[in-house]
Ligand binder design. Sequence first.
Ligand code: ADP
Length: 409
Amino acid sequence: MKILIINAGSSSQKSCLYNLTSDHLPKYSIKPIWKANIDWTVAKGQGILTVEANGIKKNKILNHKHFCQAIPQILNTLIQGKTRVIKNFLQINIVGHRVVHGGTDYSEATLITPDVKAVIARLIPLAPTHNPSHINGIQAIEQVLGNVPQVAVFDTAFHCHIPLKSAAYPIPYEWLEKGIRRYGFHGISHKYCAEKAAQILNKSLTSLKLITCHLGNGCSLAAIKNGISIDTTMGFTPLEGLMMGTRSGSIDPAILIHLIRQYNFTANQLNTMLNKKSGVQGVSGISADLRSIIQAVNEGNYRAQLAFDMYIHRLRWHLGGMLGSLGGLDTLVFTAGVGENSAIVREKTCEAFEFLGLKLDPKKNNNFSVDTDIATDDSTVRILIIHTEEDWAIAQECWKIFNQRYLSL
Ligand code: ADP
């Protein structure tokens, strides 16, 4: 079975093709047979397409304005040239899209119908950068691949059962009725990591109290009880919560009122400042990449040190909140670029929770590999590094839907 994954973000788009040869869903992730990434950040108005298949890697400059216009060209690399992995498009059985916002409408992955497309379109005001790309991506696939089944896997879905006392903001109730509430994001990653943690620990997910720390360019935590997300740090948008690469995370909302009144800031200026010019980048003035910050810290740079200390402080602070929501903790999971690779971030974060009996093994933390337990044997809390595999998680959802809906007919 061939499953095509489309993961369209704001500055990069990743696609890949999985070939599942067994009748059963493999217990462990498999590698895609074809990968295509577009990076739009290198040159203005141009994308750099990188395709990997058959052991080779090819780069191409795309002169399209948008990912969706490039989809036919990208998909052609599946059936032509040195990266060819299938004879024709008819071999693709199903297509899975990562969709950032599903509102409160979807608690799980769903087959895309005209109604589902209408909901994704209706939610554009809540995800103005992402949901239009998803709609365009779905339509572009329809044009190239015809009526192949397409599945939407929502980043918000895993957080759909967060109790209202956590989801609602303490503002006039009428705004809750208008959809101003916390939705949570990174759900595909948090769910994948929770399931993987149970697999690594050889325990039932329903028996665990977990906190998953997704620390990439965007950062969020999820408190997971009985396999269900009961709290998370991102909210109405992916701006709330932790300090991130370029995003501020939570700040006093009165700062915005002050900037509007005293400095005539516009909505667009505030949006750019909080999403693109804040966080680690904004405080350090050096980079959004924690690797550069840690290097600058070692060189004695004051602002890099401040940015790093704030990143850790805010991470510990929000972890405390998740602990309160869970009322206990069995397993702490680190994932995504920073979580998987930065031993110092894990060390500094865990230090604050030693009073719980949580003990990080320094050797295991420094000589780590992914999908392992780095806690000491006598730690009361297991500490795992898990390599998040969002594309594989989307492929699993597609496999399940395909087998339920199509093979059972
Ligand atoms: P995204 O959120 O875009 O999917 P990733 O999960 O790939 O991002 O994370 C990218 C981030 O991971 C980079 O911005 C970089 O700061 C961070 N990163 C990668 N390796 C390291 C490392 N060894 N130490 C600290 N940060 C790292």
